[in-house]
Write a protein that binds this ligand. Structure first.
Ligand SMILES: [Zn+2]
Length: 357
């Protein structure tokens, strides 16, 4: 592989400790081992240490209130002794200030630490522990460092990061995501090119966070191919074809939802459709939200894509011949996550016309 792989050891600081799903603590699948498996597979690549970024890299795509909450969430939780009574070793929300509670006024910031999480978390699955903030910052550092490498002349760069980011919106977090790494990379790329930046999200789940962040922004085209939320899949409420952007960003968002069980043919057609759409939209740079959980056998999705199709998808995206940043999102089968990423990156290099090993 020719492209640099951006890496930070700090990802290991985030050990989610499982997730609370339908009220039950389950083991969860967003594990530190995921990134380690990818790193082992790419051992012969050129690794670059993630550069620590100023807060602005995060604040380009997130509200200050979410930033401040996440920065203190664990220390506040620990200081309030919720770790001892009732004995919860991770930050878990219990009350959500649903819009239906408020008739024309804004919720106050709650005094109780136990009530704060629900103001920023939209699910109960995305737990915060001692190193979550540091690791989430490191993931943004990785994605933005990859963007800087590409702005500096690398044809492509890959951020091997976790926790993932594409479900985090400007104001709230969920779906195992805290800060939106791909969005931060897109914002950085946007500062370096004249025309629009395309984000193409091939993760098996809709990139609702990235969609929300750029929904009214014509300078970032956001396309996502994913399993149909209407067939009962996360994020359930978003990811439909009718979501095409709003305001000045009308037409700058595109969703292609696929039925459970969909395999290579229609999935690759969807990737090609999004690539054509980005091209015709005048994209001058590309950010790929690279989840590999659409693969057959992944425990988190019912899509049935093969490794060969990931390589072909990479080729299609590379053939756009744009400065390309790839940011790791999902992928939860530890046995195949590394090879799937390698296939995709190799395909991108083939598409870009670079020699590959
Ligand atoms: Zn996913």
């Amino acid at each position: 592989m020719r492209m640099p792989v951006v890496w930070s050891e700090r990802h290991r600081l985030h050990e989610p400790g499982g997730e609370v799903w339908v009220g039950v603590r389950t083991p969860g699948t967003e594990l530190p081992e995921r990134a380690e498996r990818i790193r082992a597979e790419l051992a012969d690549a050129r690794f670059v240490e993630a550069q620590e970024q100023a807060d602005d890299a995060v604040l380009a795509v997130h509200d200050r209130a979410l930033f401040d909450y996440l920065a203190r969430a664990w220390s506040d939780w620990e200081a309030s002794a919720l770790t001892e009574d009732p004995g919860q070793d991770r930050v878990v929300p219990y009350l959500f200030p649903h819009p239906g509670l408020f008739t024309g006024f804004e919720p106050v910031a709650p005094a109780a630490v136990s009530a704060r999480a629900g103001q920023f978390a939209y699910d109960t699955m995305t737990l915060i522990g001692p190193g979550t903030w540091e690791a989430a910052r490191a993931a943004v550092d990785s994605a933005v460092t990859a963007a800087d490498l590409v702005l500096g002349g690398e044809p492509a760069a890959y951020a091997c990061c976790r926790p993932p980011g594409h479900h985090a919106t400007r104001t709230c977090f969920g779906g195992s995501c805290y800060l939106n790494n791909a969005a931060a990379a897109a914002a950085r790329m946007s500062s370096g090119v004249e025309g629009p930046v395309a984000v193409i999200d091939v993760d098996a789940h809709h990139g609702n966070g990235t969609q929300a962040i750029f929904y009214e922004d014509p300078r970032v085209l956001v396309g996502s191919v994913h399993v149909d939320p209407g067939a009962g899949w996360f994020p359930h409420f978003l990811g439909f074809a009718a979501e095409t952007g709003g305001g000045a960003g009308a037409g700058a968002n595109r969703n292609v939802a696929l039925a459970p069980g969909t395999g290579d043919g229609p999935w690759l057609e969807a990737v090609a459709e999004l690539a054509d759409w980005a091209r015709s939209g005048g994209a001058e740079a590309l950010v790929v939200a690279l989840g590999v959980d659409a693969a057959g056998g992944d425990p988190e999705s019912p899509l049935e894509v093969t490794p060969a199709a990931f390589r072909a998808a990479g080729r299609t995206l590379g053939e756009l011949r744009l400065p390309t940043v790839l940011v790791q999102e999902g992928g939860y089968d530890l046995g195949t996550i590394g090879p799937l990423v390698r296939e995709t990156l190799s395909g991108v290099e083939e598409g870009l016309g670079q020699t590959t090993s």
